[in-house]
Design a protein around this ligand. Structure first.
Ligand code: SF4
Length: 226
């Protein structure tokens, strides 16, 4: 962040969610072994250009208009790193929501800061915002290996997801299926249910880029072959 501006490296139409105007930002509180934006997030200061919220909204609205999309997102990074980046993304969502009341903004987050600063969720109350909380491990040990973060932070994103749901914000959990056995997934679903998390666990698939495979090997993470 620089004042209200955040680093972005690309704006593009993407085929996911049936067609979505996409902004690729850089910078994350984790460095996941499978991150498709790994190298940019490893060294964010060397990437992209700082963009003010109105510029981000303008780029996304322009793409949506040209492609006849009604969905919007920011991806490739963690949108909420602290107060400044929260304020930035909230402004982007508000501008798009004002301009396109028919839109749906899908916010993809790792949930860490929402669990650490639960009051942040109050800024995310928009009727056309849906939040996908990408959980990284099924237990503290796998969480630490995947994210490169401390194992004792495992519970923090779960607290963030619960805080969103307790505030009646549409939010659901997601997990990278390829790294976990069906037994691990089942016991994680049971843990989520025990913690009162609502909604199905969305299972994502990994993109096996060569550097992703290398990162997984270096962190001693096995791909689970179905
Ligand atoms: S949380 Fe997402 S953006 Fe951040 S390093 Fe992990 S996969 Fe990449």
């Amino acid at each position: 962040m620089k004042n209200e501006s955040r680093l972005y490296h690309k704006f593009r139409p993407a085929p996911y969610y049936g067609g979505i105007a996409t902004a690729d930002a850089v910078g994350c509180s984790f460095l996941c072994a499978y991150c498709w934006n790994y190298f940019r997030n490893e060294n964010p200061a060397a990437q992209g250009r700082f963009q003010e919220p109105r510029d981000v909204a303008w780029h996304l609205l322009d793409i949506a208009q040209r492609k006849n999309f009604r969905r919007f997102r920011v991806t490739g990074s963690e949108p909420i790193l602290g107060e400044a980046s929260l304020g930035h993304v909230v402004q982007v969502i508000r501008m798009i929501s004002d301009e396109r009341p028919d839109s749906l903004f899908i916010l993809e987050t790792n949930g860490l800061m929402l669990g650490h600063r639960r009051e942040f969720v109050q800024a995310l109350k928009f009727p056309n915002l849906a939040i996908r909380v990408c959980l990284k491990g099924t237990d503290p040990e796998s969480f630490a290996r995947v994210t490169g973060s401390r194992a004792d932070f495992f519970e923090v994103p779960l607290a963030g997801l619960r805080a969103l749901q307790e505030a009646d914000i549409e939010a659901w959990p997601a997990l990278m299926e390829d790294l976990f056995s069906s037994e691990q997934v089942r016991s994680f679903q049971a843990l989520l249910a025990k913690q009162g998390v609502r909604g199905d666990l969305e299972l994502e698939s990994l993109e096996p880029y060569p550097y992703v495979i290398k990162n997984l090997q270096q962190r001693n993470i096995q791909l689970v072959v179905p």
